[in-house]
Write a protein that binds this ligand. Sequence first.
Ligand SMILES: Cc1ncc(COP(=O)(O)O)c(C=O)c1O
Ligand SMILES: N[C@@H](CCCC[NH3+])C(=O)O
Length: 435
Amino acid sequence: MNYPPHISEKDGHLYIGEHDTNVLAEKYGTPLYVTDEQRIRDNYQSYYDALKGYYDKVQVLYAAKANGNLAVMKIFASLGAGADIFSAGELHLALAAGMNPDYLLYNGSSKTTEDLSLALEKKIRVSLDSVDELRQLSAIAQDAGVTAEVSFRVNPAMEVPTHPKIATGLATSKFGIHAGEIVSAYQAAMDAENILPVGIHCHIGSQILEVAPFAKEAEVLISVASEITDIGVKLRFMDVGGGLGIPYHHDTDPVPTPAEYADAVMPVFLDGINSIGIKPEFWVEPGRFLMADSTVLLTRVNSVKQSHKKFVNVDAGFNLLARPAMYDSYHEVVVANKTGPDYADDAKRDVMTVTGPICETGDILAHDRLLPAVESGDLIAVLDTGAYGFSMSSQYNSRPRCAEVMVNGSQEGLMRRRESIIDIKQTMKDLPWQK
Ligand SMILES: Cc1ncc(COP(=O)(O)O)c(C=O)c1O
Ligand SMILES: N[C@@H](CCCC[NH3+])C(=O)O
């Protein structure tokens, strides 16, 4: 199987960076997420450089929902990124990581008045999702005696090649304001007290492996930019939302590069702004491309069962990696203590289904994979789990969440400790009538 450069096999073991995954699993226990810092930096640099090659006013806003660990946020802060934030928690983490508030955008289709007040208090721009939200923000800004800088999220009514649950710009999606209504929304913002519209925001969906939809999105945004410039909006940024997908099927998926993305999108953007006669910043909010392949989820084999098929029962399930159960997502799996030529012979391999410990039939991490003979105690690595892995985890079945480790060259360290049963119980309360 093809691996990204920070994943390798040595002496029968799977390595991440300079580290034997078996040694890390032994030291920190399983299940365990392990992330390679240098890979995050390299992914960021390739995205940023490709866009910057076209335009000097490029800003990356890391999509914090992909992985909100403070250690991860600090890496992006050190690289100069801001963040796409979707909650007060993500806002808090972005500021704690030292990100510049100028490059944070408070997104979301359902914000509370507390969220809107917090954004104003912290001087964070808000991406509005409805005219109702505009009215609420205007009232809060008037009370606070400040001006709120905003963008609207445009719904571009676009079908995109991805799982329907993560296609966010469909005409039927809950997000954004349709192109036909967007100019009147901006007019309402121009007319509203204590509101200054300064941006356009859009997001067509996630895990898209073609560049054409992003170019089409840029066309839609340019057309909106032209119309709202005509009514007097002074655009400071155009935010195109999330980034490229990644090849989860390592050997067969197409691998669109940031350079191809930039070649498709930037000419549309540049021609558009030149003909309108404006020079807004170009913002992009990648999450998956920056994080997904930086991380492996290590999970120990509890038992193997030959039923109507061969089940490999491991200690991580959809409590820790929801993607396969939620979107039928594919992740490569490797037996991390049985790699290399000794285990490559297909005759000695078997088709196996890797299942988690959760009390649901759908708790399957990987269906029907050809793997070397697996026994209890073996270590399985689930690849490409750095985006929407830990961040979507839960305590279902009252299972404490696992630890997260970061490696960086020869260094390694815990970036999140393992939870215990105390963490599960600590928010529960004794009811007075249940003494
Ligand atoms: C508004 C917004 N921005 C950015 C992202 C990040 O997308 P991706 O991880 O595909 O780059 C998402 C998630 O789909 C999103 O909803
Ligand atoms: N959570 C989704 C990505 C979309 C999230 C943000 N809109 C996934 O795991 O693929």
